[in-house]
Design a protein around this ligand. Structure first.
Ligand code: HAX
Length: 446
């Protein structure tokens, strides 16, 4: 058994036993009530899912196994002379709950290198699609096409027992994560660089090699940015759409390929991961419309108000859970403050931070007027020459795979059942209210 699997098995078995006791003694205790508002308006704040790798606080932001983004930036292992964490170390942390040593992070890196070869039929499938197919469509289909190699599906077919699920899920997840940079870079090069592909560099780590294969920048800082990017986008607890979609599909015992492909499809929505492309598209359209990349504050305000008056959202602002500026935005801003000087798009992003929130606040309905992770990422990518904004969400997806697949392995190890919440019709809600009113009236009269 490999060292990560060994450590995971110990932790998972212990938690499985603890949870058994917890459910025996406290399973009937209510975590929260559900209001009609919550049922109609996207199930906000309903505590009804167990997710081990990370937890989101409305004010503090995301914590991976208790560690904030800032703490991770200073304590996760790095490559020699590296300035940002290795995502491999974050995966170890999400899987085990313990910060890895440098050797352990490198073990993950080496393991993923061994598993990184992509079968030819995946490239053939991609080549059968028009090059202008949205990169997220290509990404999702490439992940799905790898399903031919699913160990989980094969073993299930052969009759594996429930206690073996997590092991097969682990093997598939490790194989899948290992292949994602190659697949994602292939999609980038075929879509935007005439299929002029760049071979992997086996001396590089997972994030560094992805940056190398993208090939949009010779600046070594792009590899550094990619390590940061792949770390901060990895997980955002279980309720967000990409995580929840992966979790839901996994709960049917669909294998990791089906599950991640579903999660990627959810990430492709403009209210979720696609917001990173929308932000840059919106800023570039503004620059074109105003004829300047140094707009005045009044010009920025007018443009924001015009967007709102057309019934559109301001991309990169707002959040379903967060109620403060997103620490993932702040981390990217710190990166830019340290390494990027006088970039016009970065400067616009920073100025929007002061101009957008009061305008959103004045609408009187927006619960969080602050920027989220997507408000900043595109400006950094543009700075390093990646102008093809329709690709941005694929980068997000490569990172998000780490969290949702780690959570999937945990779900199988903890014996999580099929997810199946209850739905109601609008008519049934009205009937429920009528019955309740009648019962209340009867109580009062007696
Ligand atoms: N611009 C304009 N209006 C906004 C807004 C924004 N950025 N954010 C919220 N609102 C509006 C909502 O559309 C809603 O309006 P209606 O009542 O007329 O429908 C109202 O304010 C209340 O919404 P909310 O409760 O504050 O926010 P929700 O939980 O419903 O939605 C969203 C959260 C992230 C979807 C929302 O803030 C939004 O659309 N933001 C812009 C898109 C975006 O940046 N998405 C990325 C989010 C982070 C993420 O998942 N990254 O992957």
């Amino acid at each position: 058994m490999d060292i990560l699997k060994q450590k995971f098995a110990e932790k998972a078995l212990a938690l499985f036993q603890e949870n058994k006791e917890l459910l025996k003694n406290h399973g009937h205790v209510k975590l929260c009530d559900v209001t009609i508002d919550q049922a109609f308006k996207g199930m906000r704040d309903i505590k009804c899912m167990i997710w081990e790798p990370s937890e989101l606080d409305a004010n503090e932001g995301i914590r991976y196994r208790g560690y904030s983004i800032n703490q991770l930036r200073s304590s996760l292992p790095r490559v020699p002379n590296g300035k940002e964490p290795m995502p491999e170390g974050l995966f170890w942390l999400m899987m085990t709950g313990d910060l890895p040593t440098t050797e352990e992070a490198y073990w993950v890196s080496e393991e993923w290198k061994k598993r990184a070869d992509v079968p030819k039929h995946v490239f053939d499938m991609l080549e059968s699609m028009p090059t202008n197919t949205h990169p997220m469509t290509q990404f999702s289909m490439a992940i799905l096409s790898l399903q031919t190699d699913s160990i989980f599906a094969k073993k299930y077919d052969e009759g594996m027992g429930k206690d073996e699920y997590w092991d097969a899920y682990y093997e598939d997840s490790m194989n899948l994560i290992a292949k994602l940079p190659r697949i994602a870079a292939y999609i980038y090069r075929r879509s935007f660089h005439n299929g002029n592909h760049i071979a992997p560099n086996p001396s590089l780590d997972w994030g560094g090699n992805y940056a190398h294969m993208l090939g949009n920048s010779d600046d070594p800082m792009f590899q550094t940015l990619m390590r940061l990017y792949l770390t901060i986008h990895a997980d955002h607890e279980g309720g967000n759409a990409s995580a929840h979609a992966t979790h839901l599909v996994g709960s049917t015992l669909s294998d990791p390929y089906y599950s991640l492909s579903a999660g990627i499809n959810a990430l492709a929505g403009p209210l979720h991961g696609l917001a990173n492309q929308e932000v840059i598209k919106w800023i570039l359209e503004m620059i074109e419309e105003l004829g300047t990349n140094t707009p005045t504050n009044d010009e920025l305000s007018d443009y924001i108000n015009r967007t709102l008056s057309e019934g559109k959202v301001i991309p990169g602002y707002g959040h379903a859970v967060l109620r403060q500026p997103d620490p993932r935005y702040i981390a990217q801003r710190h990166f830019a403050e340290e390494y990027i000087k006088d970039d016009p798009i970065v400067n616009i992003v920073w100025r929007l931070f002061t101009i957008v929130p009061p305008i959103l606040q004045d609408l009187g309905k927006v619960k969080n007027p602050w920027p989220n992770v997507d408000a900043h990422s595109g400006a950094l990518l543009m700075h390093y020459g990646m102008n093809e904004f329709s690709y941005y969400t694929v980068l997000f997806g490569v990172s998000r795979a780490l969290g949702v697949l780690a959570a999937g392995i945990w779900s199988r190890a903890l014996g999580m059942p099929l997810e199946r919440p209850k739905s109601m019709t609008s008519k049934a809600v009205k009937k429920f209210l009528e019955d309740k009113a009648a019962a209340d009236a009867l109580k009062q009269s007696s």
